[in-house]
Design a protein. Structure first.
Length: 401
């Protein structure tokens, strides 16, 4: 097994995050000593069950909800699928409303449902990646089972007005689900205030391990489980609980609550530092998506006249990890569906790279990335068939759209 180089610069935190040391420490006893089945009636199993209950309380505190509204799942994708499937089964309705920029966990599932006869309304976004609220309201009809719109986009970081969408759905008597996988730990999430009925989260996006997720089901919301078994999670998700990972998730929730505002401000400063350096030093670059209404850690940048995959390979040779979009679609020959929905043509979409930071990102890492990129881009452009094209200097960063 290859070891992780100490000097690697990891700027792909929207794909996954490192497990926090405190999270790992919390998990170890439940991988070694406390291995009982949490559903068992004897003390050795019951104490494991109590650890799961404690984790549920910690997650609920982070989300601003009741612990009874938390269902532990295997991942964000499962949570997304479960929410939509349940809405169809419990409402007796067939119509789904979603957006063209959702994660593949939503778009592929809705496309499959559409092929099987469920009508789906796909909402467009503007060039900034933002939704038209009047279009949301018009899309909802008497046969609508659920509206699903992501809290924060995984590729651009653009934030949707979740409270406003939830209020529209509530006024129409329609369930509202949000894929909030990218929001947790990066943006304030208060489910006590938002009229969200169902919400999905994933542990590995905020320094918990892979293989554990969350589905929020608001009290009073009818729910039909799609995984039937031993009746775990109060009958809402069968299967023996992934105890160690759930305990780790609870500890990650505690850490996410500590100093959220300060962490957001610091990460936002580093992101802006990287963006400003790229826009100032490399002509033919632009930020994709609204620069104000977005996550503090995410920057999606187009580099004209290059292929993103080539630049990613060059960055990798220098120990810098970034991505061209969702890790779940890596290897796809198609340009990003998010960027094309925002109006980027295929060359611009294929020339775009996502940098996503975390609380572990340092100034030195940002400086090294900013210093490394210009030469790599120049090298790739020199080898490009379009090398004869001249690029004008960028406009000031404040004018970039």
């Amino acid at each position: 097994m290859e070891t992780r180089p100490r000097d690697i610069i990891y700027l792909d935190n929207n794909a996954t995050t490192r497990v926090a040391p405190e999270v790992f420490e919390a998990m170890v006893p439940f991988l070694t000593e406390f291995y009982g089945n949490p559903s068992s009636v004897y003390t050795f199993g019951a104490q494991v069950g109590r650890a799961i209950d404690a984790a549920r309380e910690r997650v609920a505190a982070l989300l601003g909800c009741d612990p009874a509204e938390i269902v532990f799942t295997g991942c964000g994708t499962e949570s997304d699928n479960a929410a939509i499937n349940s809405a169809i089964r419990t409402s007796g309705r067939q119509h789904i409303v979603t957006t063209r920029v959702e994660h593949s966990a939503i778009t592929r599932h809705c496309a499959a449902l559409e092929r099987s006869g469920h009508p789906v309304t796909w909402l467009d976004v503007d060039p900034g990646g933002l939704l038209d609220m009047s279009a949301v309201e018009r899309a909802i009809g008497p046969t609508t089972a659920i509206v699903s719109a992501m809290w924060a986009n995984n590729e651009t970081g653009v934030l949707f007005p979740i409270d406003e969408i939830a209020d529209i759905c509530r006024s129409k008597g329609v369930l509202f689900h949000t894929d909030a996988v990218q929001a947790l730990g990066k943006a304030p999430v208060d489910l006590a205030r938002a009229n969200v009925d169902l919400a999905s989260f994933s542990g590995h996006k905020f320094h918990a391990p892979k293989g554990v997720g969350i589905l929020f089901v608001r009290k009073g919301t009818r729910f039909a489980s799609h995984i039937l078994g031993g009746g775990q999670e109060k009958g809402r998700r069968g299967g023996t609980e992934n105890t160690a990972s759930i305990v780790g998730l609870g500890r990650a929730a505690e850490l996410a609550m500590e100093g959220l505002a300060d962490r957001r401000a610091r990460v936002c400063r580093l992101r802006d530092k990287l963006e400003d350096a790229i826009l100032a030093s490399i002509p033919g670059t632009r930020v994709n998506g609204d620069r104000q209404r977005r996550l503090p850690n995410t920057s999606n940048i187009s580099f004209a006249h290059i292929e993103a995959e080539s630049l990613l390979l060059e960055l990798d040779r220098h120990g810098i990890c970034a991505s061209s979009g969702s890790a779940c679609t890596t290897g796809s020959l198609e340009p990003s569906h998010v960027l094309t929905a925002m109006g980027l043509d295929s060359p611009a979409a294929r020339a775009s790279i996502r940098f996503s930071l975390s609380g572990y990102t340092t100034d030195a890492e940002i400086d090294r990335t900013a210093e490394t990129l210009p030469a790599l881009v120049a090298k790739l452009r020199a080898a490009s068939p379009r090398r004869s094209l001249k690029l004008s200097p960028n406009r000031p960063p404040s004018l970039q759209f």
